[in-house]
Design a protein around this ligand. Structure first.
Ligand SMILES: C[S@@+](CC[C@H](N)C(=O)[O-])C[C@H]1O[C@@H](n2cnc3c(N)ncnc32)[C@H](O)[C@@H]1O
Length: 276
């Protein structure tokens, strides 16, 4: 997989076949795009299954600590060598803009990382609270907030499970809640535990939502299908006695191709629902 950040590229070769072609891929990128730098983010645990080492480093050129990119009119910083995924969650780009179409009032962005959803929602909301357990990601989120002159986002370091439970007990209310957790189901084997995790956060989010509120609920686990996620949210809505209308059923951005004969390529679900 190759992600492009302006003049810089990140590369992941996750199996033996692609890994063997790494230097040819680098040469092709140099010939076609003459990039300033190419990074490999091969520090992905799935490589261990193919007996490949976990490595992250510069393959060509030079790469600054933070690469500035424009996304949907915002200025964002990407840490290509150490950031989560390959720096920014580029697969959510179109979903950020979609969520902003419905967001309003007081918003809670759970699992905010470097602030992707929060920064996009800020212009449409009275205030946004962005929560993540990664201090490093939140530092970048705060820099993004400052670079875009945004004054109505508060970033908080916390465990989302604990925070949602505390907010629900305190009867806190929000008009928009975003859930973009890490892949709870990393394999088919731990699907049961993952389903419990998704159910828990969706149930809590619904408890926090005011009437007319908007839930943006994502899952990047290929092993959890869209219909399974819809079923989980339906059960959560029955548990919490909230009636939900599906507003949009979305997936990854168009530049992350879905190949019908490679089902793993369809992995991201982003459901937008309204409490009616
Ligand atoms: C899929 S990423 C979120 C991407 C982000 N929404 C964006 O668009 O940039 C998942 C995030 O969840 C965070 N995370 C994982 N477990 C967590 C937990 N229990 N509480 C809070 N954050 C957690 C990770 O640090 C990571 O930033």
């Amino acid at each position: 997989m190759i992600d492009r950040y302006g003049d810089y590229f990140t590369l992941q070769t996750l199996d033996q076949g692609m890994d063997r072609a790494k230097s040819e891929i680098v040469s092709c990128l140099q010939e076609l795009f003459a990039p300033k730098g190419i990074v490999e983010r091969n520090d992905v645990p799935v490589r261990k299954r193919e007996l490949l080492p976990l490595i992250a480093g510069v393959l060509a050129g030079e790469v600054p600590d933070r690469v500035p990119v424009k996304m949907n009119g915002l200025q964002l910083l990407a840490d290509l060598l150490h950031g989560q995924k390959t720096g920014i969650f580029l697969d959510q780009r179109e979903n950020y803009a979609a969520a902003a179409r419905y967001a309003h009032g007081r918003a809670l962005d759970c699992f905010t990382s470097t602030g992707g959803f929060a920064l996009h929602l800020a212009a449409k909301c009275e205030m946004v609270e962005g929560v993540d357990s990664s201090e490093t990601s939140l530092k970048l989120a705060a820099e993004n907030r400052a670079d875009n002159g945004i004054g109505n986002i508060e970033f908080k370091e916390a465990d989302v499970f604990d925070l949602l439970a505390n907010y629900a007990s305190a009867r806190r209310k929000f008009d928009t809640v975003v859930l973009d957790p890490p892949a709870f189901a990393k394999s088919r084997g731990n699907l049961d535990g993952a389903v419990r995790g998704y159910k828990e956060i969706n149930r809590r989010a619904l408890q926090l939502l005011a009437s007319g509120g908007v839930l943006v609920s994502c899952s990047c686990s290929h092993h959890l299908s869209e219909s399974a996620l819809l079923e989980i949210i339906a059960e959560a809505s029955l548990d919490t006695n909230r009636k939900l209308r599906v507003v949009e059923r979305r997936t990854q951005s168009q530049d992350h191709p879905i190949l019908l004969t490679v089902p793993e390529t369809l992995y991201l679900k982003c459901l937008i629902l309204e409490v009616v």
